[in-house]
Design a protein around this ligand. Structure first.
Ligand code: TYD
Length: 142
């Protein structure tokens, strides 16, 4: 999979094997997503109106998939923002490092699967938006 550095985040269509017995989708590390995944986690039982995310990562890349139900992902690279509505289990959203993301509008019983390029490291999080903006501005000045 080729990534476009101009884009804040990118939709990926995974292989889709339709079958009368039930459909099937699969993901191979490095093939269908642009990194080797080291970790998977999922968010579920989200109460109505709750938000998840609200941070960026220094190094981590992720792919977010609505395995069930639907939700929105708002991504922000410090200059532009974009909203993606995810509602198909064969579609993922690739988010590069240094992108602020917020997940919202979770439908009842939605399940959000996230494939991540690194193990969990709290030190990799940027949880303060003004810190994120300052790092982006400093990066542009380099
Ligand atoms: P966090 O990443 O802040 O949640 P969100 O998906 O809404 O951004 O994680 C919430 C808590 O869970 C935090 O205390 C750290 C813990 N956590 C882990 O221990 N391992 C993980 O892989 C993840 C994603 C979170």
């Amino acid at each position: 999979m080729h990534t476009n550095p101009e884009k804040i985040a990118q939709i990926i269509n995974f292989p889709f094997i339709p079958d009368e017995r039930g459909n099937l989708t699969f993901i191979e590390s490095d093939n269908h997503i642009p990194f080797t995944f080291k970790r998977a986690y999922w968010i579920y039982d989200v109460p109505g109106g709750e938000l998840r995310g609200g941070h960026a990562y220094h190094k981590l890349e992720e792919v977010i998939i609505a395995l069930s139900g639907s939700f929105d992902v708002v991504v922000d690279n410090g200059r532009n923002k974009e909203r993606f509505s995810l509602n198909r289990s064969y579609v993922g959203l690739y988010i590069p490092k240094m992108v602020w993301r917020q997940l919202e509008n979770f439908s009842t019983n939605s399940v959000c699967l996230i494939l991540a390029s690194r193990p969990y490291e709290e030190a990799d999080y940027i949880r303060d938006y003004s810190t994120f903006k300052n790092i982006q501005i400093d990066g542009l000045q380099l």
